[in-house]
Design a protein around this ligand. Structure first.
Ligand code: SAH
Length: 516
């Protein structure tokens, strides 16, 4: 008797994994689908192509590898056969694999070739659609690809042709009579030939045309002209790939519908120096306003190594009249320990709560605590002034970092309070920026760096590479969240260009937009 052949989708010892072919969307990391994010969360290995935005990798704990050579560490070119082999081999080792592809996997993405290879190898797979570049570029540049009066169809066309063929394979005659919008992918270097051929085949020479490059990213650029002028205009604009050519009457309607380029921070690359894990709010807001936020922590937040002081204070919480919180970390450090001790908010008894600002108050709300006092201005002096009438003869607890300013206890003691300073977390200076951040700084490829605390500003000063120093205050500007943070930056020699009016990210981004 001969051995029965193994079904190709099983490995003698390991259960076969699965491959998800996931559309990454056109660039804006917010345009990934929920299913795409789930797949990234489940993955053991992610192979991503040159067009997929690497920021999407924040959704995964997997080993990641870029399959296109786009420079930087960890990227190398794999040809299609090698990619197929890698996907199959990893799945057969039992891994959950995500193949992350720019746009939609089945639109000029060779996703179907990968799917066929997987099917032939007996590897289970799922395909997750993505927003393709045509719709991303059109929507983010205010061009409606269809329109009741102007375009009842859309054609997606590849402008990339086999250079070995003498004749163009594109059916320009049919395309020129197509009753709607034409979108050419991969055509930037052939735009002159494409537009000329369309006109020669009968498309009106004055028909509106647009080139959209780096669509949906903060670096999106749109050049608008006609079939006759667009090639020269695009060349003069020195556009960077990837880009699309859109041809049709609806391009002419773009002005009224355009929105992305009008966002206040559109196109700015902004460094956020907050500790990792504490920058969500600023990053979300920066993206919403059109900027590209770059997380570059100057300070790391760490739990205490010795909890004895906190535990002792927790034991006598009900003797305090006020508890003061001046940061999100202070709130978390305090309540995490309180809960770890088997207690909850009731342990605070009649103790009243003060927060330095709305963000800290919101964090208290997360722990189901209501705040009794927030100053009008979000700074320590204002908090002290607001508390002073209430604290004479009272016991006040301040949950703080291992280091910080003295102003609050000084002023409260002066008002007759008995103040206990309780460090509930530690701040540690970061010793080195990542190589990617150092490179951005050296090349002047950041427009702004936002600093949000005096100690963060001081730490930033040690982290800036020498080659980038002359750029500070010039091409790389510094924005400070408060006058105090600004003073700390200036004191160490960092020129500050903008200071928020109120100590909030909204206000900080607002002054950056005004500076523009
Ligand atoms: N699967 C992808 C297309 C891959 S082909 C999708 O569905 O979008 C690569 C081409 O897509 C590029 O040459 C360019 O023409 C276009 N493209 C991809 N991302 C783009 C972007 N952000 N802006 C403009 N064009 C883009």
């Amino acid at each position: 008797m001969t051995d029965a052949p193994q079904p190709s989708n099983t490995h003698p010892t390991t259960k076969c994994g699965v491959v998800y072919l996931v559309g990454a969307g056109p660039g804006d990391p917010g345009l990934l689908t929920l299913r795409g994010r789930e797949c990234l969360q489940m993955a053991d290995l992610v192979l991503y192509d040159g067009l997929a935005n690497p920021q999407l990798l924040e959704h995964t704990r997997a080993t990641t590898e870029r399959t296109a050579r786009v420079g930087g560490p960890g990227s190398r070119h794999l040809d299609q056969a090698e990619i197929n082999q890698r996907l199959i081999a990893a799945a057969k080792e039992g891994k959950t694999v995500v193949r992350l592809k720019g746009g939609d996997p089945f639109i000029f993405g060779r996703g179907s070739e990968e799917a066929v290879a997987l099917a032939q190898a007996g590897v289970p797979f799922e395909v997750v659609p993505g927003i393709t570049a045509a719709t991303g570029a059109a929507v983010y540049s205010g061009i409606s690809l269809t329109h009741r009066d102007h375009a009842s169809a859309v054609a997606l066309i590849t402008g990339h042709e086999d250079p070995t063929k003498p004749e163009s394979a594109l059916p320009y005659r049919q395309l020129s009579h197509f009753p709607g919008t034409l979108v050419f992918y991969m055509g930037l270097h052939r735009i002159e030939q494409i537009t000329r051929s369309l006109v020669e085949a009968g498309r009106p020479p004055d028909q509106p045309a647009a080139v959209v490059c780096q669509a949906t990213t903060p670096r999106q650029q749109v050049v608008v002209g006609t079939l006759t002028t667009i090639a020269k205009l695009a060349q003069a604009a020195h556009l960077k790939p990837p880009s699309l050519l859109i041809v049709g009457e609806c391009v002419g309607l773009r002005q009224q519908a355009s929105w992305a380029e009008r966002r206040p921070l559109q196109g700015l690359r902004i460094g956020i120096t907050r500790p990792a894990g504490q920058a969500e709010e600023s990053i979300r807001l920066a993206r919403q306003l059109g900027a590209e936020p770059i997380l570059m922590p100057t300070i790391a937040v760490a739990p205490l190594t010795d909890h004895s002081a906190v535990d002792a204070t927790i034991g006598e919480l009900s003797t305090y009249d006020w508890a003061i919180f001046t940061s999100v970390n202070g709130v978390d450090g305090f309540f995490e320990r309180l809960h770890a001790s088997g207690l909850d908010g009731r342990a605070l008894g009649k103790c009243r709560l003060a927060a330095i600002g709305t963000t800290t108050a919101e964090r208290l709300a997360h722990w189901h605590m209501k705040v009794d006092l927030i100053p009008d201005e979000f700074r320590a002096e204002a908090l002290a002034a607001a508390l002073q009438p209430h604290v004479a003869g009272k016991k006040v607890l301040w949950a703080k970092a291992t280091r910080g300013r003295d102003i609050l206890p000084q002023q409260l003691c002066a008002a007759g309070a008995e103040v206990t300073e309780l460090p509930v977390y530690q701040n540690i200076d970061v010793t080195e920026f990542t190589p990617q951040i150092q490179e951005l700084l050296r090349n002047g490829e950041l427009d702004w760096i936002c600093v949000s605390s005096p100690s963060g500003a001081k730490s930033l000063n040690h982290l800036i590479p020498d080659a980038a120093r002359p750029l500070i205050g010039q091409s790389i500007r510094i924005a400070a969240i408060s006058p105090l943070t600004s003073a700390a930056a200036t004191e160490v020699g960092l020129a500050v260009t903008a200071i928020a009016r109120e100590a909030t990210w909204d206000s900080l981004f607002g002054v950056i937009a005004e500076y523009r």
